[in-house]
Design a protein around this ligand. Structure first.
Ligand SMILES: Cc1cc2nc3c(=O)[nH]c(=O)nc-3n(C[C@H](O)[C@H](O)[C@H](O)COP(=O)(O)OP(=O)(O)OC[C@H]3O[C@@H](n4cnc5c(N)ncnc54)[C@H](O)[C@@H]3O)c2cc1C
Length: 532
């Protein structure tokens, strides 16, 4: 059983909603469910181990005078390269302003002009000024600070930190709870949390790759767990690379926000040449995947890539972009005077657990919100600042749906010891995990081919064969789904680029839906085929 330390008096074990993850999606869903009791299980203390706290740009919402929902939808659809779900996008965009007001009520100090109106900024591929920010690049940190304070002040929310969820428990058609390992996954014992509703908010997959901007907790455990429980996964092949992670050998790589290019910073190589102008008429403000490939090509050619902010931002750098400034200075680079070395890094996963407009997955009792999902609003390429929006809109919709569909809480005996069945090791630091990350970067990265993907699938099978730990199984399952879907999609679209099929193909203008059983059949075929 759990210790009393984890049992605030107000609960007495009568909550039956478990939220996995304490990022923006998880916290917002819990707040929207209040006063209904919920338990949040988070792998790290809330505020840590979540991409949400690192968001530098802000949240997109059509709230300025000249802006309309139609324009926001059109920009999202254009960015998504032909496979955006327009109905879901319309729903998300239309509810954006109300969710921004919710965040203001929770105390988020969004930037305002002298008249007190919200200040809206512009980002690449947005046709209007529609990004609400906080003090330049502090949006994620400020939003999380406000929500954490609200959560700590809400008696119906119990937060259990340092519990790594390893399994979704399925009974017939239903998910009936989760099993988690305490002590940041180091404990020998595991604990079960029965639930009538589980909301998966476990974030992205960045740490499946060797170079990423995501915290290590974002290593695809949620997608893997859901797939292993039988959920349908959508669009897993679509991984977005951020073109300008700061290349100073740090893991995760700090980000040089897109807003710098929005403000006129240029990309140059070691010869001082502005290479993006040869690649796309919009130069540095071309879509993220195109800029990523441009930067990748320079790095591969040994010329390196650098973000030159010296003229466009110059001495205003420290107050305009304090987070980026601090990262650069810590590495001995003064961005006021020197170009910043950059490289593409995995930043966002458009694919994930398939959900509908109410955040329901294909399994009863399991909802999902945030980056772990694939709602269809990002298509093949996410429009910047739409992910925080998606997290709050769908988290709120889930809360409404659960309130409307579940009767009042029943007594549940939570916190039972679920036994010992796995070595309590830090899977995420282990040699197989490092090998997997390198394999994904080398073979399922910015540029993919049939040959590289076949190599990845064979390598993944070998890692799976030799490593049976449960948590590793979740992680490697997600890697397999991404690689299989990337092999199947014999075209290039959005975040998925195949050097051997570099064009979009009309027959592929559709989303991918994949179960683990299907992926395993396809992986077995690859294993039996002749090496490419
Ligand atoms: C550097 C950076 C900058 C970004 N900037 C922007 C931006 O400006 N605008 C924008 O819209 N988007 C931005 N994004 C993307 C956006 O931040 C994320 O998509 C979004 O925050 C995801 O929220 P989430 O709640 O789904 O996941 P997260 O915030 O990542 O939270 C996931 C939670 O799940 C927990 N967790 C994971 N696995 C488990 C497990 N097995 N058991 C228990 N808990 C688990 C984690 O510890 C964490 O608490 C940025 C991302 C990064 C990395």
């Amino acid at each position: 059983m759990l210790t009393d330390h984890f049992r605030p008096q107000s609960f007495n074990g009568i909550d039956d909603i478990v939220i996995v993850g304490g990022g923006l999606a998880g916290l917002f869903c819990a707040l929207k469910l209040a006063p209904r009791p919920v338990t949040i299980l988070a792998a790290a203390p809330i505020g840590y181990g979540a991409s949400s706290a690192w968001a530098q740009g802000g949240i997109a919402a059509a709230m300025s005078k000249g802006d309309t929902f139609e324009k926001h939808v059109a920009d999202t659809v254009a960015a998504g390269a032909g496979i955006v779900d327009e109905k879901m996008t319309r729903m998300m965009v239309a509810e954006g302003p109300a969710r921004i007001h919710d965040l203001l009520e929770f105390g988020v100090p969004f930037d305002r002009d002298l008249e007190g109106k919200l200040l809206l900024s512009r980002e690449a591929a947005h046709s209007e000024r529609r990004i609400v920010r906080v003090k330049g690049d502090m949006a994620g940190k400020s939003i999380m600070e406000a929500l954490i304070a609200a959560v700590r002040n809400t008696p119906s929310i119990r937060v259990i930190e340092g519990y790594v969820v390893e399994e979704l428990v399925r009974e017939g058609r239903f998910i009936s709870g989760v099993i988690a390992r305490p002590d940041a996954g180091q404990s020998k014992s595991r604990v079960s949390f029965p639930a009538r509703a589980v909301v998966l908010c476990s974030g992205g997959v960045g740490h499946l790759y060797a170079v990423t901007t995501n915290p290590w907790e974002a290593c695809g455990q949620g997608v893997g767990m859901a797939a292993r429980a039988g959920a349908i996964i959508a669009d897993p092949e679509f991984v977005q690379f951020h073109p300008t992670a700061i290349d100073i050998g740090k893991d995760p790589a700090p980000l040089a926000t897109e807003a710098l290019r929005g403000d006129g910073a240029t990309l140059i190589n070691s010869e001082g040449r502005r290479f993006m102008l040869d690649i796309h008429p919009d130069g540095e403000l071309a879509p993220r995947d195109i800029v990523s490939r441009g930067v990748f090509a320079e790095v591969q050619a040994g010329r390196g890539a650098f973000l030159d902010c010296t003229k466009a931002v110059g001495r205003h750098f420290p107050e305009m972009f304090p987070t980026v400034y601090a990262s650069c200075m810590a590495a001995g680079i003064d961005p006021v005077r020197q170009p910043i070395p950059v490289t593409p890094a995995v930043h966002y996963h458009m694919g994930g657990v398939l959900t509908d407009g109410e955040g329901r997955t294909s399994i009863d009792g399991l909802w999902a919100a945030g980056e772990v999902t694939s709602t269809g609003v990002h298509g093949a390429n996410r429009l910047a600042s739409n992910s925080l929006l998606e997290a709050v809109v769908f988290a709120a919709r889930i809360a409404e749906n659960i309130k409307g569909s579940l009767p009042a809480p029943k007594l549940t005996a939570w916190g039972d010891n679920a036994g010992e069945n796995d070595d309590p090791v830090t899977v995420e630091d282990s040699p197989p995990f490092k090998m997997l990350r390198q394999l994904m970067s080398d073979c399922v990265g910015v540029v993919r081919t049939r040959e590289s993907l076949t190599r990845a699938i064979r390598g993944i099978a070998e890692l799976e064969r030799t490593n049976k730990r449960l948590r590793f199984a979740n992680i490697v399952t997600t890697a397999k789904l991404i690689a299989i879907a990337a092999l199947q999609r014999t075209e290039s679209r959005g975040g998925h680029f195949r050097a051997d099929c570099p064009d979009e193909r009309p027959e592929w203008r559709r989303r991918t839906y994949l179960t683990l059983a299907q992926a395993e059949r396809l992986a077995a075929e690859v294993a039996e085929s002749e090496p490419a």
